[in-house]
Design a protein around this ligand. Sequence first.
Ligand code: PMP
Length: 416
Amino acid sequence: ARERYLARNPLSLARWLEAVTVMPGGNTRTVLHYAPFPLAMARAEGCRLWDADGHEYVDFLGDYTAGLYGHAHPVIRAAIDRALEGGISLGASNMDEARFARAVCERFGLQRVRFTNSGTEANLLAISLGRIFTRRSKVMAFNGAYHGAVFGFAGGGSPMNLPIETVLAPYNESERTRALITEDLALVIVEPMIGSGGCIPARPDFLAMLRQETARVGALLVFDEVMTSRLAPGGLQSAVGVKPDLTTLGKYVGGGMSFGAFGGRGEIMDRFDPRRRDALPHAGTFNNNVLTMAAGLAGLTEVYTPEAALALNASGDALRDRLNAACRAADAPLQFTGLGSMLAVHATPDPVTTPEAAAAANPKLKELFFFDMLAQGIWLARRGMMTLSLPIDDAACDALVAAVEEFLSARQSLLD
Ligand code: PMP
């Protein structure tokens, strides 16, 4: 399989060999690297991508949820074109930011919102705000979670991580977590479904417990909905019926441009009001970038309407059911977890309800699955994550199901 990959992708290899001389490992976004070298994509349209060597792929990665609108969606493109006419960087408040803020607040049930350039920044600001607001320093986060590039509690121990005093709790384990929620906690930050860590939904009673216990000890509850805000019209929180104090957003909400946002209760967010004597500073040259404001506004109000959100997630549910039925029919130790338009493949027959269960899967089989999908023209994350974008149609879903069935039959000997 490795030989075949090398022979098939000479121009991707050439690009990578050039890239390693100027970027560490040829890479400027760690998640995009995989051995022996990553494919380079040359262009995209709708839900299709073409790599440097001209192979065509159906885009089932959707840029890790950020690509919800597909490639160069006409409405988003028109909004960006219009914004471009008026200049790129105004260094001033501009005409779209409050409209976009209103759309975001109404959609996700926030009283006030502020924009950033990434989900990482949104979480940084939400965590800092929560610590200042509660006058406490300790933060609870969960094993297997991801909240951005600078947070050590997500993936363990990098020396680059921020020195935030952290309590690491076991995701989806209510009793053990409850015992760790004490009166010195500033906040609990949680993904209502673990995204990058393998599309593992939180149990509704686990989230309800977090809401109840944080309220009891006077800590804030922060939902990181950077990925999951796409899963229901008002974010995943609207579907599970648990209301956090603060919510962080990112990815597709900026229309496909660099984006992050954090918001929630006015009483907390208003610590940023510059008219206050004790106002907290929140800077960022591109926080109200006109292209992002325009693209995000058009996307949320004209394209990814509540109705569109329901339809996209229903088709994700139907696709996941078909894929899991194929795995069961082949009696294969493979399954697809997730909710709505987010899926992750796990090479284990056992239920994946915790990050530990995901870590117990067979890495070799997942690797084979990944390279087999590439050879069959399916683009997905090396770690097995897939997301639906709006241009994904029945033909695209059929192509994925057929590719998975082909993998299951061609690899039968390995699966036994
Ligand atoms: N939170 C979650 C849940 C994420 O999935 C990500 C990105 N994968 C982030 C935060 C960080 O967002 P960004 O990459 O925009 O900094």
